[in-house]
Design a protein around this ligand. Structure first.
Ligand code: COI
Length: 356
């Protein structure tokens, strides 16, 4: 990898760290951050690591009004031998550029971004928690900074990386969550931005999430925006079902995010000779499999929670309780294997782990 020139300005006042045994998700931030600017005609410039601090933007900055922004999420782990490990970080940088393309944001140099990320983590390495279930969550993101109220893509941007020591994403931890099938709102439609990691997808999910939460459910199951019957995602995660020995996940159709964990699960299952297919699957098919006693497991996959077992779906006034509301054996095996590879306690047959 090239030796990129990144200016480094270290903080003179380190923050007090939170209790690492009481971490939640995304509440605390480390001592430093990475920033790089983009100016039309000049390209990306001035990559730098600076003390973690608020940023000042013009109130007319395009990101505030029209949501021209993209982000990523990945995690770093510290092994017993004090090595810092990242999980398939190249995939996140690649996806960041795919999201950039969809949002009309200029491409970044993926190698520079990875180099910057490694530098930043090295500087803030004493923020990496080591207790089971904890990690350092990495949030790269790009915002459109040009002050302009016309609807058009920005001439200026900032690329920022921040770090957050995290615990479990759901308060349930690795315990099964209850999911309400969403029949009114949709997350994304084909041709929209569902396959890009951009703020609008998450903003538009809040209403459904809030209503589900009031009714006692952790998240919603998203159905397609056209026929309202084909399964797309669960909350902010991809979804898998195990039906009669076969694992099924919705095929990528333009409105589903191509998850790095989703891809890793598919590869692991193939490696274990567990049949796995990517195809369209309707909520009616799930209901029928449930009625026939063939719905063995369901789980969400994502960087934040890794594997999130589903204990119950609520659909059309009916509760579909899966595996007695308990974590199924395949969900458990996937969680243990993936987190083991990620934190360096299990062999990495695919070469997914990158040392910082
Ligand atoms: C993930 O599962 O990693 C997500 O996309 C959640 C994130 C938006 C916090």
């Amino acid at each position: 990898m090239k030796d990129y020139k990144i200016e480094i300005n270290l903080t003179s006042k380190k923050k007090k760290k939170p209790q690492f045994d009481q971490l939640e998700f995304g509440k605390y931030f480390t001592d430093h951050m990475f920033i790089m600017d983009y100016t039309e005609g000049k390209g990306w410039h001035d990559p730098r690591i600076v003390p973690y601090q608020p940023i000042t933007l013009d109130p007319a900055a395009i990101v505030f009004h029209y949501g021209q922004t993209v982000f990523e999420g990945l995690k770093a782990y510290l092994t017993k031998n004090e090595e810092i490990l990242l999980f398939r970080p190249d995939q996140n940088m690649k996806r960041l550029n795919q999201s950039n393309a969809r949002l009309c944001i200029p491409q970044i140099d993926e190698d520079l971004a990875l180099y910057a990320l490694k530098q930043l983590i090295t500087i803030d390495r004493d923020w990496i928690p080591t207790l089971e279930g904890t990690s350092l969550y990495i949030r790269p993101f790009i915002i459109a900074t040009e002050p302009y109220l016309g609807v058009s893509s920005s001439k200026n941007y900032q690329f920022i990386i921040i770090l957050s020591p995290v615990g479990a994403y759901y308060k349930e931890g690795f315990n099964p969550v209850k999911i309400a099938v969403e029949s009114e709102y949709v997350r994304a439609v084909a041709g929209g931005t569902g396959n890009a990691k951009t703020a609008g997808n998450y903003a538009s999910s809040l209403k459904a999430q809030e209503e589900a939460s009031k009714a006692g459910y952790s998240q919603v199951l998203w159905l397609d925006g056209k026929e309202n019957k084909y399964i797309e995602e669960v909350g902010s995660m991809n979804i898998f079902f195990k039906i009669n020995g076969e694992v099924i996940t919705p095929a990528l159709n333009g409105s589903i995010l191509e998850g790095v964990t989703r891809n890793s699960v598919i590869q692991l299952l193939r490696h274990w000779n567990v049949p796995v297919v990517e195809r369209r699957i309707s909520i009616h098919e799930i209901h029928q499999a449930y009625n026939n006693g063939l719905l063995e497991e369901a789980f969400g996959t994502g960087t934040a929670a890794v594997i999130s077992p589903i204990g119950e779906f609520f659909w059309q006034n009916e509760k579909l309780v899966i595996n007695n509301g308990e974590t199924g054996p395949l969900s458990k095996k996937l969680f243990d294997s993936l987190t083991g590879i990620q934190n360096g306690t299990k062999p990495d047959p695919f070469g997914w782990v990158v040392k910082v």
